[in-house]
Design a protein around this ligand. Structure first.
Ligand code: FE2
Ligand code: FE2
Length: 217
């Protein structure tokens, strides 16, 4: 995560809001429509948490394929090393998504938001498992297909967070004092926290698009 100042975060948010979303492909569109049908179109902390449960899995799928590739290519150490660098990069993004997830869970607990077990515990895991396999298969067929799908997912998340902040000016007055400030950073308000998360999603998107343009190995 590249931490930005409060002013920068506001500037970034304005920029995202002024930028149209990407043209989503069939798979991404289907996922977003499905999510809206099940969790509603309204942006809520619980819906964001579901998004974060799913967000980590492409990185896990790429990591698992990359480790298999290392096993097959260790006789060419330089090549295997490049794959391992890719693993480390994926892990950083995965960890970043993990903090997003834990922060959201923490906020949901603090606000005493009640969640249905089936909708918010069981179903997200089923969606994540399916999404993992789709990411894995696409990656095996052609890595750029998987990166493209992830870039679309991240673009969607980036816009959702920034719009959420825009739709809830009251978040500007809500201070953030979470348990994960040491790991994720401290923010004066919930607005800034969500702007930073939105900005992280933008960086994840850019990294995926960059991998399409400049394959790592
Ligand atoms: Fe995230
Ligand atoms: Fe992300």
């Amino acid at each position: 995560m590249i931490k930005s100042s409060m002013k920068d975060l506001e500037k970034e948010q304005k920029q995202v809001l002024a930028t149209p979303r990407m043209n989503y492909g069939f798979l991404s569109k289907s996922l977003f429509v499905f999510m809206d049908l099940i969790y509603g179109r309204k942006k809520t902390l619980s819906k964001f948490k579901v998004l974060e449960i799913i967000a980590r899995v492409p990185y896990q799928a790429w990591e698992s394929v990359a480790y298999v590739a290392i096993t097959h290519t260790h006789s060419v150490p330089n090549f295997a090393q490049r794959i391992f660098d890719f693993v480390k990069e994926s892990r950083l993004q995965q960890d970043n998504e993990q903090w997003h997830l834990l922060i959201l869970e923490e906020l949901i607990h603090k606000k005493n938001i009640r969640e249905n077990f089936l909708k918010y515990r069981l179903l997200p895991q089923i969606i994540a498992l399916s999404y993992y396999h789709i990411s894995w298969i696409l990656y095996v067929i052609k890595p750029s297909l998987s990166y493209q799908m992830n870039a679309e997912f991240e673009d969607h998340a980036e816009h959702e967070y920034m719009e959420f902040v825009n739709e809830h000016p009251e978040l500007d007055k809500e201070s953030y004092a979470g348990d994960f400030t040491k790991e994720y950073g401290s923010f004066d308000t919930l607005s800034d926290l969500f702007r930073q998360i939105g900005l992280d999603e933008q960086h994840h998107k850019e990294e995926s698009l960059d991998r399409i343009k400049h394959p790592r190995f």
